[in-house]
Design a protein around this ligand. Structure first.
Ligand code: ATP
Ligand code: MG
Ligand code: MG
Length: 548
């Protein structure tokens, strides 16, 4: 078998193991900010972080990056844990960056004592105006040369709540002429009188992301801190803090974030879709969230396969969402239970079949699975077939039903269409057919070969079900380069609700049952369903019909 080539992160890890760095230990982390639900982009990061650690005998911490008190919520924490586990991964430790607030405060004091941080009383506008430009150096703040004692005193008073929000910040004293603008005395602490979901009102100063992130990695002794490309300019500060604080040397590596066609991925935008009612919630089956994909009928295996296939890139790219659909289709084909459901019914009366008789037919649950077993499907004198499976004037190769033509009703009998009945307006409302008594599937002695096999349901036994058929949520392929607001591109027809007629065994479906509606696509029970009202989501069609 062909060895898959290593991605660049694996190459780095193998080199580190070879040179004995960290005694060959591999510890990664997945650091979500609990300000929204996880999406398919996070799944990629999860698969990478947990995947490489697993591969090299290491582990992964789940760390909630909860240093911004205003946007975070415990509801999100619970959903994130649930989604990571559902994807099939288990963390070694569950940590919260907010648990490090004491350590981070001590690190800040350490920097002050080393003459490497100062309290600035400039407004944010003043700070911005002295930052310089990428081509011109910035200007030192008038507060830059305070004494260590004065800085220690002011910083403590910031912590004690003596100063109003926005009036003071703690800044790292690095270099106002640094070519990397992030290194021009970045703010590392700010005053915020906000309630934190875990630390409550204990703090009124909060560390900035850049000051918290690398140090959290270091406290946990993370060996490989994997993040997305937009953090490249932050790496200098990440390294600077570790160097000056003389703490465990975690290393940051960057890969390209996942972008998908017809999809927005930022939590901020997804939150807007939820709050403004464009979707029914974070787990709306049209959402690219893990919870939306799960409700839609995606399997963890298919998402992991997708992440594996797209690989790890060092340049931003746009992945075709039909690859994700391909992956779920491929997995569902292996595991889905086959069931017959008619979406657009046309009644067929089998005139030579006895009235008031229900005959049971055996049908295989999954031809891809030798142990899939069989189920009974009731057959009777009146059945529904799909309206599109009959044509009045069929073209030559139409192997479905037409007057005078024969087809097999799947797992049941061969029927011949004798007559099409029309209403006054000329619409076909019913077909009169006759069946070949000796043609029953599994016991066919008719000697007749028909080319077409149709799915069907018995009219008297059929269950009416609600079917939710989804289309893309957005009309344009590349939302990042589309004009205007992303919401201008919402597809107004992303949900179509119809009634279908299902064989009775669908009553037993649970939200975890993966089902193929024969010849139609893959479906699953929706979480809105009740025993009295069965609702099914279309996960994906049988074939990729996009662009056709
Ligand atoms: P968003 O912009 O969607 O809010 P984020 O990066 O702010 O994403 P975090 O909660 O900070 O969200 O993300 C946790 C981890 O997931 C980070 O390491 C981040 O790099 C990674 N991640 C987020 N979005 C993607 C994506 N589209 N592709 C790959 N990794 C991602
Ligand atoms: Mg983030
Ligand atoms: Mg974000």
């Amino acid at each position: 078998t062909e060895e898959k080539s290593l991605n660049f992160i694996e190459q780095i890890i193998e080199e580190d193991i070879r040179t004995g760095k960290h005694e060959g230990r591999v510890l990664t982390r997945f650091p979500p900010e609990p300000n929204g639900y996880l999406h398919i982009g996070h799944a990629k990061s999860i698969c990478l972080n947990f995947g490489v650690a697993q591969k090299y005998g290491g582990g992964t911490n789940l760390r909630f990056d909860d240093t911004n008190p205003v946007t975070e919520d415990t509801e999100y924490v619970e959903s994130i844990k649930n989604d990571v586990q559902w994807l099939g991964f288990q963390w070694v430790n569950e940590f919260y960056a907010s648990d490090y607030f004491d350590n981070l405060y001590a690190f800040a004091i350490d920097l002050i004592k080393k003459g490497l941080a100062y309290v600035d009383e400039s407004t944010s506008e003043q700070i911005a105006s002295l930052k310089g430009t990428p081509t011109e150096p910035g200007t030192n703040s008038p507060y830059r040369d305070r004494s260590v004692e004065e800085n220690l005193d002011l910083f403590e008073r910031m912590k004690n709540g003596e100063f109003p929000e926005g009036s003071r910040t703690l800044r790292a004293k690095i270099d106002m002429a640094a070519p990397n603008m992030i290194m021009r005395d970045p703010i590392i602490y700010r005053i915020k009188f906000a309630h934190h979901h875990r630390t409550g009102d204990k703090w009124c100063i909060y560390p900035m992301y850049d000051f918290a992130h690398g140090q959290s990695d270091s406290i946990e002794q993370i060996t490989h801190s994997i993040c997305t490309l937009e953090f490249i300019p932050h790496r200098d500060l990440y390294d600077w803090c570790i160097d000056k604080l003389e703490i465990f040397p975690s290393k940051q590596y960057e890969f390209a974030r996942l972008n998908l066609t017809y999809t927005v991925m930022s939590k901020r935008k997804l939150l807007q879709l939820v709050n403004e009612g464009h979707v029914t919630g974070w787990d709306d089956p049209r959402m690219p969230t893990i919870s939306g994909l799960r409700r839609r009928g995606y399997t963890p295996e298919s998402i992991r396969e997708f992440c594996d296939r797209i690989g790890i890139a060092r340049r931003d790219n746009l992945i075709d969402v039909s690859l994700l659909e391909f992956c779920v289709r491929e997995h569902l084909n292996k595991i889905a239970q086959r069931r017959m459901v008619v979406l657009d019914p046309l009644k067929v009366v089998i005139t030579n079949f006895p009235e008031d008789t229900v005959e049971l037919c055996l049908s295989e649950n999954n031809p891809e699975d030798p142990n899939g077993g069989m189920r009974e499907v009731p057959f009777s004198r009146e059945v529904y077939i799909e309206r599109e499976d009959f044509m009045e004037n069929p073209p030559k190769k139409f192997f479905r039903l037409a007057v005078g033509q024969m087809v097999r009703l799947k797992s049941a009998y061969i029927i011949r269409c004798d007559e099409a009945i029309k209403d006054e307006a000329g619409n076909i409302i019913e077909l009169r057919c006759s069946y070949l008594e000796n043609s029953k599937s599994g016991n066919d002695t008719s000697g007749i070969n028909v080319k077409g096999t149709l799915h069907w349901v018995s009219v008297s036994e059929a269950l009416p079900i609600e079917i939710r058929q989804y289309d893309r949520l957005f009309k344009v392929e590349d939302l990042a380069s589309a004009e205007g607001d992303f919401k201008d591109h919402i597809n107004p027809n992303s949900l179509e609700v119809i009634t279908g007629y299902a064989e009775p065994s669908l009553k037993e479906a649970t939200v975890d049952t993966k089902i193929q509606f024969v010849r139609k696509g893959y479906f699953c029970l929706d979480t809105d369903a009740t025993p009295d009202k069965l609702i099914f989501n279309r996960t994906v069609g049988l074939k990729d019909t996009w662009g056709k």
